[in-house]
Design a protein around this ligand. Structure first.
Ligand code: COA
Ligand code: MG
Length: 182
């Protein structure tokens, strides 16, 4: 109730109100504050934020875009010119069955071999990719895969190419997507 009563914060309050538990509301507030900081730093604080049909927030009439994720005690924000997607997940008691049911077969195999950490890496890489386009889970999780070669390459199952890059200077010549893990 102490947040300012205008555009940006009204939107954030609306998003916050969708959560039932205080803990989730606070995490959401954290993401809102982080984004506010990013917008101010980039002189975008007068922009208008709207959402696409699947709930992805974006800045109207601007090259400058962002994406948010929040989980556990953290909120993260990616931003810059062009679309991005970001994901952070806090985890314990990972349910590996999810991989078997929803991931691409080769990814599920990797999870079987390497366990929890592999599962969470694949999950966050896959989700961040899905969040670029912003169609949520309408983009089937098993319609693309994150390659095992240290997650360097992202292949599209139907044969079109999508690309890669891990957190080093390796860049493929035809890349459209870059991935980084922190
Ligand atoms: N695309 C991209 N970003 C979106 C989005 C969409 N369709 N809808 C919302 N967002 C943004 C919002 O900024 C949102 O935060 P806000 O409400 O505080 O503004 C933020 O993403 C939430 O991201 P995250 O914290 O990672 O939430 P999530 O993991 O619960 O949800 C989505 C991720 C947005 C992709 C959601 O569509 C979803 O359904 N997730 C299910 C999780 C899942 O199965 N993931 C597959 C992993 S392999
Ligand atoms: Mg997420």
């Amino acid at each position: 109730s102490k947040l300012p009563d205008y555009g940006y914060w009204n939107l954030r309050k609306e998003r916050m109100s969708k959560y039932r538990f205080q803990e989730d509301k606070i995490r959401n507030l954290g993401a809102g504050l982080l984004l506010w900081h990013v917008l101010q730093k980039n002189r975008m604080d007068y922009c208008t934020i709207v959402s696409n049909a699947y709930g992805k927030p974006f800045i109207r009439n601007s090259e400058f875009q962002f994406n948010l994720s929040h989980s556990g005690d953290y909120a993260v924000c990616s931003y810059g010119n062009g679309e991005s997607g970001i994901d952070i997940e806090s985890y314990n008691n990972v349910d590996f069955e999810i991989a078997e049911r929803f991931f691409d077969k080769r990814e599920a195999q990797l999870v079987k071999e390497y366990g929890e950490k592999m599962f969470v890496r694949l999950w966050t890489l896959k989700e961040s990719f899905i969040k670029v386009e912003g169609k949520g889970l309408n983009y089937p999780l098993n319609s693309f895969r994150i390659c095992p070669s240290i997650m360097r390459k992202l292949e599209h199952i139907n044969g079109t190419y999508l690309f890669s890059v891990a957190n080093d200077s390796y860049v493929e010549s035809d890349e459209r997507f870059h991935f980084t893990e922190f």
